[in-house]
Design a protein around this ligand. Sequence first.
Ligand code: GLA
Length: 679
Amino acid sequence: MTGTHGRWLRWPADPSRRRFAFGADYNPEQWPREVWEQDVLAMRRAGVNIVSLAIFSWARLQPRPGQWSFSWLDEVMDLLHAHGIAVDLATATASPPPWLTARHPEILPVDHDGRTLWPGARQHWRPTSPVFREHALRLVRALAERYGKHPALAAWHVSNELGCHNVHDYSDDAAAAFRVWLRDRYGTVEELNRAWATSFWSQAYGEWAEILPPRLAASYPNPTQQLDFKRFSSDALKEHLRAERDLLAELTPGIPVTTNFMVMGETKGMDYADWAREIDFVANDHYLLPEGREELSFSANLTGMLAGGEPWFLMEHSTSAVNWQPVNPAKKPGGLARDSLTHVAYGADAVCFFQWRQSAGGAEKYHSAMIPHAGTDSEVFHSVVDLGATLEALAPVAGTRRRRAAAAIVFDWDSWWASELDSHPTSRLRYRQEALEWYSAFLAAGVRADVIGSAGSFEHYDLLVAPILHVVPRPMAERLDRYVSGGGHLVTTYFSGIVDEHDHVWLGGYPGALRDLLGIRIEEFGPLADGDRVELDLGVSGTLWTDRIDVTGPDVKVVANYTSGDHAGRPAITTRPVGTGSASYVSTRLGPEGLEPVLARFLELSGVGPELPAAVAGRVELAVRTDGEADYWFLINRTDESVAVDGVAGEVLRGPCLAPGHLLAPRQVAVLRRGVTER
Ligand code: GLA
């Protein structure tokens, strides 16, 4: 198994043996030496075979400038190795020590309002600071030279959750780097002026030095400046990742390098579809959010896409409660295993947690861990031990790829960023939420859908849903045209096709770049006020948005009309048949329930259906991995009730025997080995 750069985690050491990695962030520096021995023994009991180490250890490793302290880490590495536990070693650059920020306050990030982000928490560094970079790389070099040949070393873990707190830095360093980035992108100030439409509001620039990040301004900053700053900020952090990676590759060739993404909820500053090309294997952190387990499934699915269908590494999730939501409930019984195995279902070959032992002090002391405050005699630890045994039993699944679905949802970072900019028809639009609602409708229909990037191959799919595909550069419009004329069924929604890559509106009527393909024309948007609803003659209602649609294509069929609101009697949902394919448009936000009957029509049109029997589909989520010789079906009980999974055959690797009448318990996950089904 190789990653993007031809290296895959040296895991397992013996490639002929399939095995899941299982472990956690391990922070031994928070505990006295005698606890370390207890830790490794308990790790063995739980089946832990890998830990991420030294993530926040900079102050311990380099207590003073020029002074290094490695002996404690030597001891931990040796101890882990002696117990057969591998190490994903962090470069420890995530949180600079107090001596560094005291001497070099110029590395501290500055927020949008010009306020300095002071030390005292973590990640208080500017991605573009040359001073920070120099100190960080010195530390990376020291670690690589010391541990590059250590037998426990399985992978390098660059920094930690890059951009979690510092993705948008508005400092002078950022301003200078932004100008370099813009010069690279546009070549001349004139070209930038054109792209940024600076003739509006007297913003034309005469020279590069006049350009700033979109800092707190008297009114809305230029939208293209904002969009470019988002792109730049993602790239600036990516540059940091590359700088550490390149040094590691030079000093320890052969040791794979990763960094933990945060494909999760509204974390949107980093374009991971772009970053995924920079690392040897994709790693992700995910925490269960109030949006629920559909969001978890969506994120795991998207992470699998970023990994190109290859296995990936779940670097962090939680055994139970987190500490950073307004209210932090514990997981329900079975929740820990269900969440972990949902990630596995979508391609994770490693199941790791934050963190091994719950801290007694510090900001995260109420965040759950593998060993909770209550100790090993606890439900959480027992569930952890069970999970270790489950992963052992599922070993044949490790190393398998995900089996492509017949339908896909397109997820596009540019559209996410641009559709939510200010001074728009509504400030209530949420790009990811719309995508997630479509995904939930697929889950409710019991139909598998891949979440793919906008650069992915559309041709593999019979049905492609591209919600709020707002930014459509000409080549993307052409790809979508080809997809539909090749027999594909495209569904898109409100506020799609509106702008090009510079956030300039495609003229002639909305939905701009997709107008001819969809065979409709919209002159004005009809955003809805909070609490307003419009009815559709399909018996569903919409919120957030409506459009005044004129049908322009000759064969366009109206799937649903509005029956209330300003556009009552006019089309709400349309379909234009194109050969054996079609292009459809949904002009309002229907929400997961409203989407169900609408999606049913598109499923019928595209001939895509559930792979599970009707009585089970929708109540049980299906995800499929394959090694070409066998398929592995993950049946995840989405409900809090028992579900009979009659009519599904296969060799049970985990879960109840599937004889008629046997039940999948609430939140239970069954895994079956079956013959390969080619689509
Ligand atoms: C992130 C970080 C961890 C920890 C967890 C808590 O994932 O990487 O260090 O803060 O969040 O949920």
